[in-house]
Write a protein that binds this ligand. Structure first.
Ligand SMILES: *Cc1c(COP(=O)(O)O)cnc(C)c1O
Length: 798
């Protein structure tokens, strides 16, 4: 049943959702504003000290912690006589506490777990004498029945049986009654089977009822931030009847012992009052525990309790599941491969509010999760993709056998990596998870998103849309409209003044990406993707005075004075950190590059204060010093085959020269405007050379994307080889004048220029040296604005 109150709460309680659709509640819930306000009011009006002392502030903390334990037990209808709560950092820490106890048992233990387990449950097996993974529910059922019929021997060593109440991968729910059926007390504690229930995913939207102590699990772990959004805290609920296993735990931490002898004799006495006293090592996260009071109250006030949340989210999950499974391509192929059984969303016994799926195109090929996540992020939709920390669930639903997974791993597959389809199979899934604050409109907008980007409305032909094959001579005549260099990587460009001859070197236009900004801590080069304000840093090449001048055109932070800095164009060694290159390697796009960092504090302060991150200016060493040109050597080439022609494509955003065409941009902007979007400026593509069709061309007869077909091009007197199309990411959405992000032009590019899951615009190029190296033309190759641009066929006699 849908709770319409949530619609009213959205504006007031979740201002962070204003332009965002949050669909990762299985990762963490969202905290309402009034929860933070209630907590803040408590913190500023009361003094809370560290417990374990007699002061009134300490006593106040102790009392509040005791109350929090009680309230948490009440949420689960658990009688404090039968259960205890141990506060831990997260569900994983709770699992590890249980593991420690079993590992330290004199006979060790045997571990049984279900294939749907979260990674944190799977890892327990590494400490067990022996372990077994149940591949399916029916295997668990068989084991339970066989044991009941005494077909299998009673446990020889203590057994721990663990499973998730709800799979964090697809939301499937597992039978809760396994807990009591699996438990056996045996003749002694050493012949008993204990149960560990991972309720982290389950309780985020659904109540658990421990009112019958006989059917409750022995150990239950949960993540409170998945229910309330805040505080960051986990809990282990222990059925006191099983508490004796902890007596064998060998480690003791501060707060868990009454006396410890260290000198001459080694002896200690554990606390005996309660389980939590024995298990909570060190200082408790007391402010987090305090916040639990506010979290419980506010959650109930706003959402009406976990029962209401459960029916609200299940209503939405069913709508989401039905919406996605109904999508069809024009050729009637299904769009979404769902990873849940068809009718499970009708029952909250069988299913939680999570929908896991993958997308296929109309040619029956998989769409990469990476691509989906990238497009979703452009549309401000937050979801999770990949292996989802659920190795067994992924392997069985994606039909991946161990050898395939190992093979994929050695072929470079990593969770969250860009390559996620191997051997024609996806290696991960898309997970959309709903929570107390989700609404019908979130669901509708998500289904529309999938429709907009992934449903093929027309029968598709393979290949990138482009102009039909034509003779190069038919193309209009092009000329250089502008030349731009980007002296500091990822900062604003500087336009070469018209009429000025600009030198081309092997590594590109002179002074292009000669400098970069590096993080002072990690040495990694900064980029606009993370620091959009870099677009407002304006470098200028002042050839006359021989310096690079840098201005910031955004609002300057108050106490900071100099509006501009400058460094010489010559690489004067006295400007650099002396111990080059040892301390000054830097990373650009994953590659380690030796860059020289400037030592000046004034320069560092300038960049650090405008960007709000501690960084320093660095310079790439001159090509002659290291032999090969840095930039050119970074151009990763990858085989790329289209229509049988193999052309290289550059993966890295670093290539010698980037060329875009005004006609292509015009076409793109027409498409953007026809859907009401914001047209893109040429600047967002960060091209070095913008070419435009000359004025003689007949209007309306432009040749957009003609450059896709070119192999070589002559600009003025210089020959360039086109290396391949330039792959694009969200960085093109940063307005270079305001540093504000938009969804265009990426959204339209993704619809019109997407090939093999990759989005392309512009061409990478490098200069080809011709003729006698002693000629002036070869020694000092230049281009200028206005130069004619002529495509040249491969093999043409030059
Ligand atoms: C989130 C989750 C975990 C891990 O919880 P942490 O709080 O990150 O330790 C374990 N199991 C399931 C089912 C989960 O959903």
């Amino acid at each position: 049943m849908y709770n319409p109150r949530v619609e009213d709460l959205r504006e007031r309680e979740f201002p962070m959702l204003r332009d965002t659709i949050y669909l990762d509640h299985a990762g963490t819930a969202l905290y309402p504003k009034s929860l933070i306000e209630r907590f803040a009011a408590d913190m500023v009006s009361n003094l809370y000290g560290n417990p374990h002392s007699a002061s009134s502030s300490s006593q106040r903390s102790t009392n509040r912690i005791d109350d929090a334990r009680l309230h948490l037990l009440q949420l689960f209808h658990a009688n404090p006589d039968d259960f205890d709560v141990v506060f831990v950092a997260n569900a994983t820490s709770g699992i590890k506490l249980v593991l420690e106890a079993f590992r330290d048992l004199p006979q060790g233990f045997s571990y049984l777990y279900h294939a749907d387990s979260h990674t944190s449950l799977v890892g327990v097996r590494e400490c067990a004498n022996q372990h077994h993974c149940f591949a399916s529910d029916s295997e668990v059922e068989e084991w339970l029945v066989d044991r009941q019929m005494k077909k299998v021997q009673a446990a020889q060593v203590p057994e721990l049986f663990a499973y998730p109440a709800q799979s964090n991968m697809n939301g499937r729910r597992l039978p809760l009654e396994w807990c009591s059926r699996a438990r056996s007390t045996g003749r002694s504690p050493h012949e008993a089977t204990y149960t560990l229930l991972d309720a982290a995913a389950f309780v985020s939207t659904t109540p658990l009822d421990f009112s019958d102590v006989e059917t409750a699990p022995d150990f239950t772990v949960l993540s409170l931030y998945k229910i309330f959004g805040f505080p960051d805290l986990g809990a282990l609920i222990i059925r006191k009847a099983a508490g004796h296993v902890f007596q064998n735990r060998r480690y003791f931490g501060g707060g868990t012992v009454d006396m410890v002898l260290s000198l001459k004799e080694q002896w200690h006495a554990r606390k005996t009052d309660s389980l939590h006293d024995q298990l909570e090592d060190g200082t408790l996260p007391l402010h987090n525990i305090m916040a639990l009071h506010a979290a419980l109250d506010i959650h109930h006030d706003l959402f009406g309790g976990l029962d209401m949340v459960s029916s609200h989210t299940m209503f939405l999950a069913k709508a989401l599941h039905d919406g996605l499974s109904a999508l069809r391509h024009a050729n009637q192929m299904r769009v979404c491969q769902m990873y849940s059984s068809p009718h499970s969303y009708e029952s909250s016994q069988a299913q939680g509010p999570i929908v896991a799926f993958n997308i296929r195109n109309s040619q029956d090929a998989w769409i990469s999760n990476f691509e989906v996540e990238r497009l979703a992020s452009i549309k401000n939709i937050q979801l999770r993709t990949g292996g989802l920390c659920n190795p067994g669930g992924i392997a069985s639903h994606l039909d991946l056998s161990p050898w395939e997974m190992k093979d994929n791993f050695s072929a470079g597959q990593r969770c969250g990596g860009e390559d996620d389809i191997f051997g024609g199979k996806p290696t991960g899934m898309i997970r959309v998870s709903l929570g107390a604050s989700s609404t019908k409109s979130d669901v509708q907008r998500f289904v529309n998103f999938v429709k907009e980007f992934f449903v093929d409305e027309k029968p598709q032909s393979l290949g990138l849309p482009g102009p039909p094959h034509s003779q190069t001579s038919e193309h209009g005549t092009f000329a250089v409209e502008s030349l731009t260099i980007y002296p500091i990587k990822s900062c604003a460009g500087w336009k070469v003044p018209p009429g000025q001859e600009w030198e081309i070197r092997k590594e590109g236009l002179v002074w292009d990406r000669e400098w970069c900004l590096v993080h002072q801590g990690t040495g990694v080069a900064l980029s606009q993707k993370r620091y959009p304000k870099m677009a407002l840093i304006l470098p200028t090449i002042d050839v006359e005075r021989g310096c690079l001048r840098v201005r910031y055109c955004g609002e300057m932070p108050r106490p900071f004075k100099p509006p501009e800095i400058s460094v010489p164009l010559s690489a004067d060694p006295s400007y650099f950190v002396s111990e080059f290159p040892k301390s000054s390697t830097t990373k650009v796009c994953g590659d380690t590059i030796p860059a020289q960092r400037y030592s000046s504090k004034k320069i560092a302060d300038f960049f650090s204060s405008v960007l709000g991150v501690e960084c320093q200016l660095a310079r790439f060493p001159v090509a002659s010093r290291t032999g090969a040109s840095m930039r050119h050597s970074k151009a990763h080439l990858q085989g790329f085959s289209q229509k049988g022609v193999s052309r290289p494509i550059l993966l890295s955003n670093e290539s010698p020269i980037l060329v875009i065409s005004r006609s292509s941009l015009n076409r793109l902007n027409e498409q953007i405007k026809s859907s009401g979007g914001k047209a893109a400026e040429a600047e967002v593509f960060r091209a070095n050379v913008v070419i435009a069709e000359s004025l003689q061309s007949v209007p309306g007869r432009e040749k957009p994307y003609a450059e896709d077909e070119w192999q070589y091009v002559k600009i003025g007197e210089q020959l360039f080889e086109l290396l391949g199309r330039c792959r694009r990411c969200q960085m093109v959405c940063i307005d270079q004048q305001t540093a504000v992000k938009d969804e265009e032009p990426f959204v339209t590019l993704a619809k019109t220029r997407r090939f093999n899951g990759k989005v392309f615009f512009g061409q990478h190029a490098c200069h080809v040296r011709l003729g006698d190296s002693r000629s002036r033309q070869a020694q000092y190759a230049t281009v200028k604005v206005g130069d004619a641009v002529r495509p040249v066929c491969r093999g043409a006699d030059e």
